[in-house]
Design a binder for this molecule. Structure first.
Ligand SMILES: [Zn+2]
Length: 81
C-alpha cells in the first residue's frame, strides 16, 4: 500500500474512529432536550451527514442523567464565585 492510499484510507475511517472512541457517540442514542424524545443513531454516519433535529434543535449525545450531573456541577462552579 502506498503512503497516499494509506492516508486516504485513514481519512475515510476518521468518523468511525471518533465514533468508537467517544462513549456518548458509541452507544448510538441522542436525546431531544425539549421533549426528551430519544432516537437511535449511527454516530459515524451522523458526523458525516448531520445529527437529527427535534423541536428545532440538534439532538444531544448527553443522556438526561448526564445533563443533570453536568448542570449540578456548573451550578456548584458558579456558586463558588
Ligand atoms: Zn423534541
Amino acid at each position: 500500500m502506498t503512503d497516499l492510499s494509506k492516508l486516504i484510507n485513514r481519512a475515510g475511517s476518521i468518523h468511525e474512529t471518533i465514533a468508537e472512541s467517544v462513549p456518548q457517540i458509541r452507544r448510538g442514542i441522542v436525546w431531544c432536550t425539549i421533549c426528551g424524545r430519544s432516537q437511535k443513531v449511527d454516530g459515524a454516519e451522523c458526523m458525516r451527514s448531520g445529527w437529527p433535529v427535534c423541536h428545532g434543535y440538534t439532538m444531544t449525545i448527553d443522556s438526561p442523567d448526564e445533563r443533570a450531573t453536568l448542570k449540578a456541577l456548573q451550578t456548584k462552579e458558579a456558586g463558588r464565585g
